[in-house]
Ligand binder design. Sequence first.
Ligand SMILES: Nc1ncnc2c1ncn2[C@@H]1O[C@H](COP(=O)(O)OP(=O)(O)OP(=O)(O)O)[C@@H](O)[C@H]1O
Length: 250
Amino acid sequence: MSNAPLQLQNICKNYGALRVTDDVSLNIEAGELHAIIGPNGAGKTTLIHQISGHAQSDSGRIIFDGQDVSRLPMAERARMGLVRSFQITSILPRFSALENVAIAVQARSGSSFSFFGNASKEPALNDAAIALLSRFGLAARAGVPAGQMSHGEKRQLEIAIALAAKPKLLLLDEPLAGTSHDESQRLINTLQELRKELPIVLIEHDMDAVFALADRVSVLVYGRIIASGSPQSIRDNAEVRAAYLGEEAA
Ligand SMILES: Nc1ncnc2c1ncn2[C@@H]1O[C@H](COP(=O)(O)OP(=O)(O)OP(=O)(O)O)[C@@H](O)[C@H]1O
């Protein structure tokens, strides 16, 4: 039996007549950054939804940290440490970067402090939030309303918020989308650091980033994994090149 912290066993998801993920089986091993790539509409985001619990699978099993989480709601999975990064749309734009992270720390710690808008004024929450912001180079921006931050800063903030939940495994859906070259370089550096701490499942269209970061890559096409292996083996795989990388290179 595998000890992999995250095990997907034959999971499927249909939307009406459309089979979006089709018999996906995959182990995410301890300490690995596992990238999932594939053409638009291949089912990558749906797969992340199924893993996080945002969407329930129609069949198959998801084992996390030795437990079958297939039927657990998202909040329960997050409490166990299976955390998906918040999307920018989940950032509270009128709250400062510090408040956004402090609220996430509070949610994790179950602080009894009742009015969440003042979470950043509780010293313990504030210190933890500042420490996270500093890690992401955002300490100097702590007081800035999140809505006024640059796109790249918001992407960093998203990851800081996810880390506030103390994940054991992190699911990231296109963290580099819409970022400038400099911003994406900063995010890649952040991910290089993070990967040393916890396993990461990364969906990303930026192939340079994928091949720089991933220990293993799986390729999803029409909801099925057609190949899984080292970045080099994926680059060299003729079926992958035809189905996806060739298309990108064109
Ligand atoms: N809630 C939904 N209801 C109906 N169909 C959906 C739903 N979510 C996704 N789909 C369909 O499922 C298919 C896979 O979508 P998904 O977003 O998972 O693909 P993706 O690989 O993440 O694509 P992209 O790379 O463009 O983000 C698409 O055909 C999409 O239209």
